[in-house]
Design a protein around this ligand. Structure first.
Ligand code: GTP
Ligand code: MG
Length: 216
């Protein structure tokens, strides 16, 4: 799928402040610093669309990006950033969970996991919670450029095994790098399968135009 336009739309603190939308929406969740904002930039091909930082806790609001004027990507604050006060972490969690459980046009969630690490219980618990809320989720192993292919594969396998043990069913799993752009096509193709089919609309237009011509 070609990304023709990618624009920042707005930021919101919580579900109530989110803009009304009927567009299919795809959200990126995960630990602080895992690479959510960088992945959005990599997918859209715009380096500074979402703000990134080597200091965890950069994204503090729910950020909406309008893609090809027909669907949206959503960058969320991360969890588990120990240096934030407990109260602030709690606010983030409440706001993020409110968005995830209450947003009607949310089509799919990408749960990001750092491919350099062995499975972390906090990530598994979060994904388990998504499943309990009946939210469809896929796993994205990030920063694959930072380790050898064998390590990325090994950590991904360990994580998928844990999902099995926890009886969690992810829709898909991807490995990606915001640096080398590995995984970009696969993720965009997957998103495309969840978008309304363009051809249907095109055909309908052709049919109705033909009918108008005949009438004249
Ligand atoms: P918060 O907004 O704090 O929750 O973080 P985030 O998950 O949005 O992470 P962000 O995209 O800001 O990236 C964190 C750091 O990791 C930045 O220094 C990025 O440059 C770096 N980074 C992200 N993805 C990759 C990647 O695929 N490869 C490499 N080498 N670095 C990455
Ligand atoms: Mg971020």
């Amino acid at each position: 799928m070609k990304i023709e336009t990618a624009r920042f739309r707005t930021s919101a603190l919580d579900l109530e402040a989110c803009p009304p939308s009927w567009q299919p929406e795809f959200a990126f969740v995960g630990r602080s610093n895992v690479g959510k904002s960088s992945l959005i930039n990599m997918l859209t091909g715009k380096k500074e669309l979402a703000k990134t930082s080597s200091v965890p806790g950069k994204t503090q609001l729910i950020n909406f990006f309008d893609i090809n004027k027909t669907w949206s990507l959503v960058d969320l604050p991360g969890y588990g950033y120990a240096r934030l006060s407990k109260a602030k972490q709690n606010d983030f969690n409440i706001n993020v969970s409110g968005y995830l459980t209450g947003r009607e046009n949310l089509k799919h969630i990408f749960a990001l996991v750092d491919s350099r690490m062995k499975p972390i219980e906090g990530d598994l618990a979060f994904i388990e919670w998504l499943q309990a809320c009946k939210l469809p989720v896929s796993i994205v192993f990030t920063k694959s450029d930072k380790s050898s292919d064998a390590t990325v594969e090994n950590h991904a396998q360990l994580f998928l095994q844990k999902l099995d043990e926890w009886r969690i069913q992810a829709v898909k799993a991807f490995s990606c790098s915001a640096k080398t752009r590995v995984g970009r096509n696969e993720i965009l193709q997957f998103i495309e399968t969840m978008l309304p089919k363009k051809n249907k609309i095109k055909n309908q237009k052709t049919i109705s135009l033909g009918w108008m011509k005949k009438k004249r």
